[in-house]
Design a protein around this ligand. Structure first.
Ligand SMILES: [Cu+2]
Length: 150
């Protein structure tokens, strides 16, 4: 009888030790208003989104991946001596309790070889140096872009 008692005791401990099912924790980054301006398959599409950081530390975005683009890169539009150019950036920082905006004429996600169509919503996976990846829906607009977006 003593042996049975030990077995039950171990089962009891085992049950107690099983962790509760891991609920998906919301990460520190949320995204709003993701969209692409799509023109033609042979013209890179610009992606725009606003990222919000609810944490007390700066978070660094260092990449974007999506099956809707042959390759996606982080870009910044700059005007040097009156000439508009785009430069590649390795990362952007979303400040603590702050936000970062990709917008036409500024930072954007450059989508090379886009395979999207206006009216679709495509998913872009954003990767961060110090936060979990985030899948963000991007609505696809045509040459006129998103109504009201600047
Ligand atoms: Cu670009």
């Amino acid at each position: 009888m003593r042996g049975y008692g030990l077995v039950f005791c171990l089962i009891g401990l085992g049950v107690i030790a099983v962790p509760p099912l891991a609920a998906a924790q919301p990460g520190p980054i949320t995204a709003t208003t993701g969209w692409f301006r799509y023109l033609l398959p042979q013209i890179p599409a610009g992606g725009f989104v606003t990222l919000h950081n609810s944490s007390a530390r700066a978070i660094v975005l260092d990449g974007a991946q999506t099956t809707a683009c042959g390759m996606a890169m982080l870009h910044k539009s700059v005007n040097r001596s009156g000439v508009d150019r785009m430069v590649m950036v390795n990362s952007v920082t979303i400040p603590a309790h702050g936000s970062f905006r990709f917008s036409p004429g500024g930072y954007h996600i450059m989508c090379m070889q886009p395979t999207m169509k206006p009216g679709e919503t495509v998913t872009v996976s954003l990767s961060f140096q110090n936060a979990p990846d985030l899948d963000v829906p991007f609505k696809v607009y045509g040459a006129d872009g998103k109504p009201g977006a600047k």
